[in-house]
Design a protein around this ligand. Structure first.
Ligand code: ATP
Ligand code: MN
Length: 465
């Protein structure tokens, strides 16, 4: 018999038909005459109730049906007599695929802490919370592809292994097949990477941007969507060592339109979540963050505030004068910390902010230099609860200025000769940005730790699963 998913059965159209449901037992309760089994198969956050008349079933079989067991049930879908569900399945046959020893199965009942669930990341997809998060994660990925596809931007694949370590986006993980105990050495005694797998020193990428730009300068608009890696030892609730990034790069787009694109993109994703994930969002809102739904609706309503870095610093200095305490000092030239970003967004403007025109010293060499010679056309999108969710810029399109900036920032020309070629041959104004997928998910799910929005998080001292 063909399996029916629980999400489909719950829609009620199959009432009075015989169906086959397969899933994992969440709870079993009942009395001497009848058992009620709450079954979940991941197709929805809702369980379906299986009613088993004990006169029909072997007691030994029923005893094996405990929380966590996997079973297949054939039975008639009927309107439910009890409260709490509209339909239920009157079981006529039950097969056990796998039992789950109740003395060792760690997911008994509700109420496990998120910290505990991180220690059993291999089983946490079976909880309501993580089922909801991973379904939303899926829907957000579809939203992202749909958004760019509808704009005519191509999904472009940048490599994960890179020979350039010049992007200035954080420390990198080395990729090597050399023997770590006695690597080949040059005459000078340094490790001889010419003997390494790629004949050079290589790392896992921190961004697909540089390669993405090469595609934009031929295909018009592209986006990458893949994993990136940063070996920064930042043990924060917003940093992972392996995370997913979406990076559009678009030819003929200048900074203003880049901001428009970023704002339209995030709003599209949030609207998509409200339209397609309401069951899961409501569950997470009820359990973790009562203001989740209103916060999601709120960002859709108003335009994001657009603000220069210089203006932002002025507001923050004013705040300090009026008694606000920050951990890190604030002055023109300082890199903003998350506390500063969140002050602007949550206290001052009470709306997302797009900050632009940063001092060139704190940004990467490829950002377009402004006429003042001091600031670059970078733009960060700052969000409530999160801080920076997007970092982007108009790219320097002028060959000479780009070379000069690379020199200033200590990026060797020989490492970026191919990148510079895009400015040597048929250069054009272009822009792009990077959205951290898990930062978006933090916002959309209302979770507060980034380790809870990626299935198997990689952070310092943590790569068990
Ligand atoms: P931050 O200042 O928050 O460390 P960043 O300025 O180093 O971020 P970018 O290099 O601009 O980040 O990367 C683009 C986007 O990728 C960021 O806006 C953020 O959403 C996301 N991101 C960056 N680093 C991480 C990380 N370690 N874990 C998860 N997401 C990240
Ligand atoms: Mn950034």
């Amino acid at each position: 018999m063909k399996r029916t998913k629980i999400a489909d059965a719950l829609r009620g159209e199959l009432v009075s038909q015989e169906i086959n449901i397969k899933g994992w037992v969440r709870t079993k309760r009942g009395n001497k005459a009848v058992n009620f089994i709450a079954l979940n198969d991941g197709s929805t956050i809702h369980n379906i109730q299986i009613v088993a008349d004990l006169a029909q079933f072997d007691a030994a079989l029923m005893a094996q049906i405990t929380t966590g067991a996997c079973i297949s049930v054939i039975g008639k879908l009927v309107e439910s007599q009890g409260s709490g569900q509209s339909v239920e399945v009157q079981a006529s046959a039950i097969e056990i695929y796998g039992t789950a020893d109740p003395t060792t199965y760690p997911l008994q009942k509700k109420g496990h802490s998120l910290e505990f669930l991180r220690e059993i990341a291999h089983l946490r997809p079976r909880t309501n919370t993580f089922g909801a998060i991973y379904r939303i994660r899926h829907h957000m990925a579809i939203a992202i592809h749909t958004f760019f596809h509808n704009k005519g931007y191509y999904y472009f694949h940048a490599p994960l292994i890179t020979g350039s370590d010049c992007e200035g986006a954080g420390q990198m993980f080395q990729v090597t097949t050399l023997n770590q105990d006695c690597p080949p050495r040059t005459k000078e005694g340094e490790v001889d990477y010419r003997k390494d797998f790629f004949g050079r020193h290589t790392s896992l990428t921190v961004s697909g941007q540089l390669e993405g730009e090469m595609a934009a300068m031929a295909m018009g608009g592209i986006y990458t969507f893949g994993p990136t890696f940063r070996a920064e030892n930042s043990n924060t609730p917003r940093h992972l060592a392996e995370f997913w990034m979406i990076e559009p790069e678009v030819a003929f787009l200048e900074i203003e339109e880049n901001m428009d694109l970023a704002e339209e993109f995030i709003k599209y994703c949030v609207q998509w979540a409200l339209d397609n994930c309401m069951d899961d969002i409501s569950f997470l809102g009820d359990h973790f963050d009562k203001e989740l739904v209103s916060r999601l609706q709120f960002v859709l309503e108003k335009p994001f505030v657009r603000l220069s870095y210089t203006e932002g610093i002025r507001i923050l200095e004013e705040a300090v004068k009026n008694g606000t305490k920050f951990e890190f000092p604030i002055y023109w030239g300082a890199d903003l910390a998350s506390e500063h970003e969140r002050y602007l967004v949550e206290e001052h403007f009470k709306t997302p902010v797009i900050m632009t025109d940063y001092p060139k010293e704190i940004k990467s060499f490829y950002m377009k230099l402004n006429e003042d010679g001091k600031t670059v056309r970078g733009m960060d999108v700052l969000f409530p609860k999160i801080g920076e969710i997007i970092g982007g810029s108009e790219r320097e399109a002028d060959y000479d200025k780009l070379v000069a900036r690379a020199q200033e920032m200590g990026v060797p020309e020989k490492d970026i000769w191919w990148y510079l070629d895009s400015r040597r041959y048929g250069t054009a104004p272009h822009s792009g940005f990077g959205l951290g997928f898990e930062r978006l998910l933090l916002f959309v799910t209302g979770m507060s730790n980034i380790r809870d929005v990626i299935p198997f998080p990689r952070t310092p001292n943590n790569a068990e699963f």
